[in-house]
Design a protein around this ligand. Structure first.
Ligand SMILES: [Zn+2]
Length: 220
């Protein structure tokens, strides 16, 4: 165990966990051998703070409780972030989406109109492209987008996966954190989603993979 004294308990800075063979530059610089697992500061202003090296996932598991604010490095095969794309056929829903500290101005916009929204991660543009190319029958449906507070940047509710989380858990947690809303089971349940798709006679997959994000489509 590397977190061994009281000063280090519940590390206050956000930590990114790099698994063995990570392809990012941070890992290449800091790892002594390619089997290392590194828990390291996430934000650039914290880079000089401590990082921790583990020999196995089992060892990391013992300390994970100290890294409360953590996410996984996605410069690694098969590691994805997660987010939810909430689609509505009619543009209205009885869900009231609340603002949060991070996101504001939530609205359902027609998919055909979202093409030029400013979006740093390009997820909106790539989602539009995917729909326009493969599922154009739903271009006149609506999709929930929000604005990142104090920027001109729009986004879907999305974020980074934490240690021990499934993609599904990540999508639902991020949606909840970014919109202040918990999706009712009737909406989030994959079986109901299949029924919705059959009802609307569309074949949009439940998940779209774009830019290391698994975006879970939820139809309301
Ligand atoms: Zn990495």
């Amino acid at each position: 165990m590397l977190v061994d004294n009281d000063d280090n308990k519940n590390i206050k800075y956000p930590v990114k966990i790099h698994f063995a063979n990570c392809n990012c530059t941070y890992y290449k610089k800091k790892s002594l051998n390619k089997k290392d697992i590194i828990a390291a500061p996430y934000r650039s202003q914290d880079y000089k703070k401590k990082f921790y090296i583990y020999n196995s996932i089992k060892d990391l598991q013992k300390d994970i409780k100290y890294f409360q604010d953590n996410c996984l490095c996605t410069y690694n095969q098969d590691i994805y972030n997660g987010g939810i794309i909430l689609l509505s056929k009619y543009g209205i829903s009885n869900l009231t989406i609340n603002e949060t500290y991070e996101m504001t101005n939530f609205e359902f916009l027609k998919i055909s109109t979202i093409k030029n929204l400013k979006d740093n991660s390009l997820l909106i543009q790539e989602f539009f492209k995917e729909i326009n190319t493969n599922f154009s029958q739903i271009l006149d449906w609506y999709v929930l987008v929000g604005k990142t507070r104090n920027t001109d940047n729009f986004s879907f509710p999305k974020g980074k996966i934490k240690f021990g989380e499934t993609i599904e858990m990540c999508c639902l947690r991020e949606f909840e954190e970014e919109t202040n809303n918990k999706l009712p089971e009737i909406i989030s349940n994959p079986n109901n989603q299949i029924i919705s798709r059959e009802k609307f006679d569309i074949f949009v997959p439940l998940e779209l993979v774009i830019n290391n994000f698994i975006l879970k489509l939820i139809i309301i």
